[in-house]
Design a protein around this ligand. Structure first.
Ligand code: CLR
Length: 264
């Protein structure tokens, strides 16, 4: 590496991650998480801004509403799985995450990936007309009518709306979503200690960023949202159980394997 040639040891997150964090370490950790976030979001903020005028027409909304329950579920499961795939890629690039054992990585993704998708949803949300960028255009709750889970959809939109109101920067969101993933209280973890140590550093990174941005009051608000995320994900799992009971074959043969692996 070029750094060592001039006698400066380049930052190596792998070697220093579990030692005492220095402010340089925390700085580098935030930068690394922010980079990972930027590289794994489907759309950049400028792109989303430019797409805002694209909304579904009445006819298009009607076409979604005319789908059968299982057809619409399958469609949404595919879209959701695409979004989850990006979150998995994000997780794998977080220094403290990729050093965990395979089983713990999977355990964290099982319970955290949907939460991160929902946080990321707020980037794709337009609060002016309560629509989300889905399938290439902005869609309101009515478009999801044929899923027959209006309560889940309303709650998810509500969450996105409220999170939008916090006006997080991309950096704040990046580090917050890393924190959502690195949760030592998740079920089935083998090495909680290690998750906790990785989490501690990301917590420092978040405090550091919020301090720098002069927005320390956000910390409390963000921790409050975590509770809501938990209930939304529980509702999602409950809806999936209900759907699976009605359409076991659709889930079995038409849902994406990753979706079933994480939520099924
Ligand atoms: C989240 C942010 C991603 C793009 C994206 C794709 C699919 C969207 C998802 C976002 C938000 C949640 C979403 C999902 C499709 C279906 C799902 C709207 C915008 C709703 C909540 C339905 C979930 C239940 C189904 C599995 C039936 O960058």
């Amino acid at each position: 590496m070029s750094g060592s040639a001039v006698g400066i040891r380049p930052f190596d997150p792998e070697s220093s991650f579990f030692s005492y964090p220095t402010s340089l370490h925390i700085e580098e950790l935030s930068a690394s998480i922010v980079r990972s976030h930027r590289e794994t979001t489907q759309y950049r903020p400028e792109e989303l801004q430019a797409l805002r005028w694209k909304v579904f027409s009445r006819e298009e909304i009607h076409a979604y509403q005319s789908k059968s329950v299982d057809e619409m579920w399958q469609h949404c499961a595919v879209r959701l799985t695409d979004a989850v795939q990006y979150v998995v890629e994000f997780a794998k690039r977080i220094p403290g995450f990729r050093q965990l054992g395979q089983n713990d990585q999977i355990a964290l993704l099982k319970s955290g990936s949907m939460e991160v998708v929902l946080v990321r949803m707020s980037r794709m949300f337009n609060t002016e007309n309560n629509t989300v960028f889905f399938d290439g255009k902005f869609a309101g709750t009515e478009l999801f009518k044929s899923l027959a889970c209006g309560d889940l959809i309303a709650a998810v939109f509500d969450f996105a709306h409220n999170l939008c109101a916090l006006r997080l920067t991309e950096q704040q969101m990046a580090v917050f979503t890393a924190l959502v993933l690195l949760n030592a209280d998740r079920p089935c973890l083998e090495d909680r200690e290690r998750v906790q140590r990785a989490r501690r550093d990301v917590e420092l990174a978040l405090s550091h960023i919020l301090h720098r941005d002069n927005q320390e009051s956000l910390l409390h608000k963000l921790y409050q949202r975590v509770q809501v995320l938990k209930s939304l994900c529980a509702l999602h799992i409950e809806k999936l159980r209900w759907f699976r009971q009605l359409y076991p074959l659709t889930v079995h043969s038409l849902f994406p394997p990753l979706y079933k692996e994480l939520f099924g």
